[in-house]
Design a protein around this ligand. Structure first.
Ligand code: F6P
Length: 323
C-alpha cells in the first residue's frame, strides 16, 4: 500500500487530531504517503485534501476538534456522490481509508468498499461512548472531565445559595456521560434513558425533602436522551410542586465537545491510529478499532453498526448507592 487517506466525519470529538497525527506517523514509519481528506465524505466527493506532513501535524495532538473538519454528507448518500468519491480516490492513488467517526461513518465506508472495493478501517470518534466494539470511544473521557469540571463550578453557586440544579449533558440517546459525570460529581440524581425507574425514584427523594422543608444544594444530572423529558421540563415539575425550592437549569451543550483532549484520549487516538494503518497494510478491511483493557481489538463494521452499547447494570446499581 503506497497511499492512505484519513478523514473525520460526524460530530467532532477531542482526540481526533491525535488519531490523524498517528495515521501520519505510522504511514511515515512504513514509507506510506498519507493524505487528510477534508470535511468528511464531502471532501472525498469534491477532491478536497491535503498531504499530511511534519508541519501540518505538528502540535495537533494538543488540540480539540479536527484539523480536517467534519461534516454529515447528504451528497454521499446518492450513487452519483459515491461514484465521484471513488473517482477522486482512484485518481489520487488512495488505496485505503482510515475513517474516524461514528456508526454513520462506518456505514459510509462499508458501502464504498462494497461498491468500489476500497478497503477501510474505522476509529470510533464520538463523545457519546455508545459504539459497540470498544470500552471507550475517542473523546468520551475528555467530555466527561469537562462536564465534571463544569458541575464542580455549578456546585459552588448551588452551595452558596442552597439551590437545586438540573444540569443537562450530551450523549444523544445514550446515558454514559450523564452516568459517569454524575457519579464523579456526587450528584443526588442521575437521569439516563437506559434506566426506566430513575425519574420516579428521584421524585420520591425530592418529595421527602420537600415535605421536610429541606432547602440544601442538590445536583441532578440529566442526559439529553432522558425519556421523561429534558432538564427544563423536569425542573418545572419540581418547581410547581415545591415552590420553596430554588431551582435552576444549566445545559452544558457543545462546551463538552471542545477543548484539549485528556491524556487518555491522546493515547487512545495514537494507539488506534497505529492499529488502523497496520491493519490496512495487512490487507484487512471493514473493521472498527476498539479498546479492551490495554489492548486494541477489531470488530467487523457489520456488527459495530447493528449493536448499540449501553451502560452496564452494575454501574447503574452502584451509582444509586452513591447518590
Ligand atoms: O454525537 C455527539 C453529539 O455531541 C451528541 O452528544 C449530541 O446529541 C449531538 O452530537 C449534537 O449534534 P450537533 O453538534 O450536530 O448539534
Amino acid at each position: 500500500m503506497k497511499k492512505i487517506g484519513v478523514f473525520t466525519s460526524g460530530g467532532d470529538s477531542p482526540g481526533m487530531n491525535a488519531a490523524i497525527r498517528a495515521v501520519f506517523k505510522t504511514c511515515s514509519h512504513y514509507g506510506i504517503t498519507s493524505v487528510g481528506i477534508q470535511r468528511g465524505f464531502n471532501g472525498m466527493i469534491e477532491g478536497d485534501y491535503i498531504e499530511l506532513n511534519e508541519n501540518n501535524t505538528e502540535g495537533i495532538i494538543r488540540r480539540g476538534g479536527t484539523i480536517l473538519k467534519s461534516a454529515r454528507s447528504e451528497a454521499f448518500r446518492t450513487p452519483e456522490g459515491r461514484e465521484k468519491a471513488y473517482q477522486f480516490l482512484k485518481q489520487s492513488g488512495i488505496e485505503g481509508l482510515v475513517a474516524i467517526g461514528g456508526d454513520g461513518t462506518y456505514r459510509g465506508v462499508r458501502v464504498l468498499r462494497e461498491e468500489f472495493n476500497i478497503p477501510a478501517i474505522g476509529i470510533p470518534g464520538t463523545i457519546d461512548n455508545d459504539l459497540y466494539g470498544t470500552e471507550y470511544t475517542l473523546g468520551y473521557d475528555t467530555a466527561v472531565n469537562t462536564a465534571v469540571e463544569c458541575m464542580d463550578r455549578i456546585m459552588d453557586t448551588a452551595e452558596s445559595h442552597d439551590r437545586m440544579f438540573f444540569v443537562e449533558v450530551m450523549g444523544r440517546d445514550a446515558g454514559f456521560i450523564a452516568l459517569h459525570a454524575g457519579m464523579a460529581s456526587g450528584a443526588g440524581g442521575i437521569l439516563i434513558p437506559e434506566d426506566p425507574d430513575d425519574w420516579n425514584e428521584l421524585y420520591a427523594v425530592l418529595e421527602k425533602r420537600g415535605k421536610a422543608g429541606v432547602k440544601e444544594p442538590f445536583l441532578v444530572v440529566v442526559s439529553e436522551g432522558e425519556k421523561e423529558g429534558n432538564a427544563f421540563y423536569l425542573s418545572e415539575q419540581i418547581k410547581t410542586k415545591y415552590p420553596n425550592f430554588d431551582v435552576k437549569v444549566s445545559v452544558l451543550g457543545h462546551v463538552q465537545r471542545g477543548g484539549a483532549p485528556s491524556w487518555f484520549d491522546r493515547v487512545l487516538g495514537g494507539k488506534m491510529g497505529v492499529a488502523a494503518v497496520e491493519a490496512l497494510r495487512a490487507g484487512k478491511t471493514d473493521l472498527a478499532t476498539g479498546l479492551k483493557g490495554e489492548e486494541i481489538i477489531f470488530t467487523p463494521f457489520e456488527q459495530a453498526v447493528k449493536m448499540h452499547r449501553i451502560p452496564d447494570v452494575e454501574t447503574i446499581r452502584m451509582s444509586k448507592i452513591l447518590r
